[in-house]
Design a binder for this molecule. Structure first.
Ligand SMILES: NC(=O)c1ccc[n+]([C@@H]2O[C@H](COP(=O)([O-])OP(=O)(O)OC[C@H]3O[C@@H](n4cnc5c(N)ncnc54)[C@H](O)[C@@H]3O)[C@@H](O)[C@H]2O)c1
Ligand SMILES: [Zn+2]
Ligand SMILES: [Zn+2]
Length: 377
């Protein structure tokens, strides 16, 4: 079928993207779903910082590519062998492709399935195929087994979870990345308990979901840190007990002093080396620094090894919030239904294809939370 998509032809173009236009919106060809795949109409797709990192070339990707990995939509057609979803069903997409059979998948860690990673690096769906082409026949690569900055997407059955139809699809879309990542880092990776203290460093779409989850989990002290004062104001309104402006040298000392030596759990959701260094510096003795931010592929952070040992500190990564999507999306949507994950607040704007390049300028400026592309609006 013919449809419109935003195709990224070159990584690392200069800002402003409104002028350099790294993505070109054009008509492309989408093949029908093959075995184990399905066609979904994309209702909404969020602009995530990981998409921005791809545009900036923080991680090289096969080109041309259609990016966009946070979304929700309606199943329009299913391929051979797909029997448990049908046209008309609503789904949230899953950006970490997984095989279901490897040692990580069977131990409940599909988020780190290496099989999925290999297909992602090759720009393929986890079924080993590509379904996107330019009108001249040039193949277009998939992003994270998805490619949601498009009117439609063909995805593997395992790359989507069916949801109830009463959930507004543009709220549901945010669960596909920011909610699983941010709330999952707090609830799954950190296993935060009621009465504990936590800090969130970096208050974008991901970090704000970490904040919501910390409030939902009953954290006693919730410290929110960002370089943008406006984000701090919002965090305070949304349940942070203390806020600190990052970007000055005193920030770590101020947090340590206010919290008598730092927090037991610190969640880093900015994706920069200074933010990670700050996160480590405000983690208390015996505490854990959990990083969900994704900096440049070659970024290195150092820490004092002896104090890591003698103070029993830990540093952990958290990918897709350590989520098992089929298990966790229903739980997270349950919290949403009870008003505890108010993702509606994160929607800065709804945009159409013609605003997509400008949208990444705004995300890069740090002035927005989630901008939602409605490719069929
Ligand atoms: N681990 C995962 O599975 C996963 C999934 C999605 C996104 N990510 C990554 O998470 C990060 C956040 O994504 P997002 O979409 O919320 O981004 P965003 O751009 O909306 O938010 C980032 C926030 O960090 C703040 N910040 C920047 N430098 C800082 C510093 N030194 N100290 C404190 N705050 C600082 C910015 O002001 C901004 O508010 C990105 O690196 C993204 O690639 C990871
Ligand atoms: Zn994302
Ligand atoms: Zn696997």
């Amino acid at each position: 079928m013919r449809m419109k998509a935003a195709v990224l032809f070159e990584q690392g173009k200069p800002r402003p993207y409104a002028t350099s236009r790294p993505m070109v919106v054009e008509e492309v060809e989408l093949d029908p779903p093959g075995p184990g795949e399905m066609l979904i109409e994309v209702a909404a797709a969020g602009l995530c910082h990981s998409d921005l990192s791809t545009i900036e070339n923080q991680r090289p990707r096969p080109l041309p590519i259609v990016i966009g990995h946070e979304g929700a939509g309606i199943v329009r057609e299913v391929g051979a062998g797909v029997t448990d979803v049908k046209p008309g069903d609503h789904v949230i997409t899953v950006f970490a492709p997984s095989c279901g059979n490897c040692r990580y998948c069977v131990r409940g860690r599909p988020n780190i399935c290496p099989t999925g990673n290999a297909f992602r690096a090759a720009g393929q769906l986890p079924t080993g195929t590509r379904r996107l082409r330019r009108l001249d026949g040039t193949p277009i690569n998939h992003n994270s087994g998805l490619s949601l900055f498009a009117q439609y997407a063909v995805v593997a059955r395992r790359s989507a979870v069916k949801i109830d139809k009463d959930i507004p699809l543009d709220d549901a879309a945010i669960f596909g990345c920011a909610v699983m990542t941010g709330a999952g880092a707090v609830l799954n990776t950190a296993r935060l308990e009621a009465g504990e203290g936590v800090a969130v460093v970096g208050l974008g779409g991901v970090g704000m979901n970490a904040l919501f989850a910390a409030v939902a989990a009953g954290a006693e002290r919730i410290v929110a840190v960002d370089t943008n004062p406006r984000k701090l104001e919002l965090a305070k309104q949304w349940g942070a007990t203390d806020v600190f402006l990052a970007g000055n040298e005193d920030c770590a000392a101020q947090v340590r002093e206010a919290t008598e030596g730092g927090l037991d759990t610190v969640i880093e959701t900015a994706g920069t080396v200074p933010a990670m260094q700050l996160a480590i510096a405000i983690t208390a003795r015996g505490g854990s620094t959990i990083s969900a931010g994704l900096p440049n592929i070659n970024a290195q952070v150092s820490y004092l090894h002896a104090s890591m040992v003698s103070e029993e500190r830990s540093i952990r990564g958290s990918y897709m919030g350590s989520c098992v999507p089929e298990r966790d999306l229903p739980r997270l949507l349950g919290l949403y239904r009870r008003g505890k994950l108010p993702v509606d607040r994160l929607k800065t704007s709804h945009i159409t294809f013609d605003q997509i390049n400008e949208g990444f300028d705004l995300l890069s400026d740090g002035s927005v939370l989630r901008q939602m592309l409605r490719p069929n609006a």
